[in-house]
Design a protein around this ligand. Structure first.
Ligand code: FAD
Length: 410
């Protein structure tokens, strides 16, 4: 095991955000960086993610950013020597209502302007592209993006680690940070369960524990762990690992093939969260399977794949990604406490978004900060006397509305 040492920059957390931050710092020329991880690398929230990478977005800038991320994950093996296990499956965004259909037509225009290949297809063509869609009677149209796909989140983290290690970054698993040390009004070090260390800058990438870590230095940030889950069925007719990724906003579900089954996830209408004040640096966030909610996802998916209901469940994946009350990432230095910067508040988008989150972090430390990155600053929440119940409700509602809620008859 690598030894814990003093370092100029210490990243806390070896998930998607911590690894991406370390990689981006190394690429930007930071030379004395170590990453401390309480458990195994990529084993917490990141290890549970479905890995969907979707490129069509509602603005040209966001579409281009997603295209760049997809290209990076595709090329990871040749660029960093580790494959992200990217699979080009294509994706179908399915509209069950006229409101969503209109939104997809607008997205198709945006995609064209951004240079992304997409096509509006009818229900019959959608079924040809994805034979697992057994019943397309309710489908108004679909937005087909042939270059979309998915990654294995752990493999993406492995890629960042390989890239960062080449530049001298050290990764130290099984080392928990218990406290931030503050002296003279700034962070000067950390207390770990393997001893204290000195550092000039802490990057708090502790995922759903990130708020708890900042709180050890008196900084209160509303990072609310919200339950996100999906299930994988046993063999389901028509589905393979090469099936397109599916998103259906009206029923708040997404799906993709997994082996000979189908992975079905979603966003429940009445979310489950943990009071951030109850999360401590050494707290275990218990695994939680909510079968009623998983049943709702199955019911939603049954609108297009009725046999999903009778396929049997092979596995359930679940975690507590950190959500913020305004749905924006928490990236950058905390002005009230020099020596502390955040890379957290993933809002369940931290695998796909990791490449840019790492870069945004570097930009936030550079002093030359774009409005886009400034909008992610933790300073928007500090100092503030939080109504924690309110913060929790708002963050939960960001998760509940991950896809815009549209009734099927709209
Ligand atoms: C079921 C599910 C499906 C998802 N699907 C997708 C998807 O398709 N696409 C997508 O982009 N995102 C998806 N997500 C969200 C994605 O998993 C997260 O956005 C991402 O993994 C967050 O990464 P992270 O590094 O912030 O957190 P984590 O992966 O939780 O990493 C934080 C790390 O910090 C460590 N840590 C915490 N406290 C300390 C401490 N005091 N000392 C040392 N180490 C510490 C933890 O052990 C942990 O490893 C999904 C999430 C779930 C649960």
């Amino acid at each position: 095991m690598a030894t814990v040492r003093d370092s100029a920059v210490t990243v806390v957390g070896g998930g998607a955000l911590g690894a991406a931050a370390a990689y981006a710092l190394a690429a930007a020329g930071y030379r004395d960086v170590q990453v401390l991880e309480a458990g195994d690398l990529a084993a917490a929230t990141t290890g549970q993610a479905a890995g969907l990478v979707g490129q069509p977005r509602s603005t040209v800038a966001a579409t281009r950013a997603s295209m760049e991320a997809a290209a990076f994950y595709r090329a990871m093996e040749s660029d960093l020597g580790r494959s992200s296990d990217w699979r080009t499956t294509g994706s179908l965004r399915i509209a069950l209502s006229e409101t969503t259909a209109a939104e997809y037509r607008a997205m198709a225009d945006v995609a064209e302007e951004a240079g992304l290949e997409v096509e509006i297809v009818d229900a019959k063509r959608a079924q040809e592209l994805c034979p697992g869609l057994e019943d397309v009677a309710d489908v108004r149209l679909a937005l087909w993006c042939p270059t979309d796909g998915y990654v294995q989140p752990n493999s993406v983290v492995d890629g960042y680690i390989a890239g960062a290690q080449r530049a001298g970054v050290t990764f130290v698993p099984h080392t928990r940070v218990l406290d931030l040390v503050v002296a003279g009004g700034r962070v000067t070090g950390l207390v770990t369960d393997r001893g204290p260390i000195a550092t000039e800058l802490v990057i708090d990438a502790a995922g759903p524990w990130a708020g708890a870590l900042a709180r050890t230095a008196g900084i209160d940030l509303p990072i609310v762990p919200v339950l996100v889950q999906y299930f994988v069925t046993a063999q389901t007719e028509g589905w393979t690992s090469a099936s397109p990724c599916i998103r259906i906003p009206e029923v708040q579900v997404y799906a993709r093939g997994e082996g000979s089954g189908v992975l079905v996830g979603g966003f429940e209408s009445s979310g489950t969260s943990i009071d951030p004040r109850a999360v401590h640096v050494d707290a275990t966030l218990a695994r939680h399977e909510d079968w009623e909610v998983l049943g709702e996802f199955a019911e939603g998916m049954a609108r297009v794949t009725p046999s999903v209901a009778g396929s049997g469940v092979r596995a359930v994946f679940t975690g507590w990604p950190g959500f913020t009350p305004d749905g924006r990432f928490l990236i950058g230095p905390v002005s009230a406490l020099p020596g502390l910067a955040m890379a957290a508040g993933c809002n369940a988008h931290g695998v796909q978004g990791s490449l840019h989150l790492g870069r945004h972090l570097v930009e936030s430390l550079s002093g030359d900060v774009s409005p886009e990155v400034a909008a992610m600053s933790p300073d928007r929440f500090v100092p503030r006397g939080w109504d924690w119940d309110d913060a929790r409700r708002q963050a939960q509602s960001v998760c509940e509305n991950y896809y815009p809620r549209v009734p099927s008859n709209a």
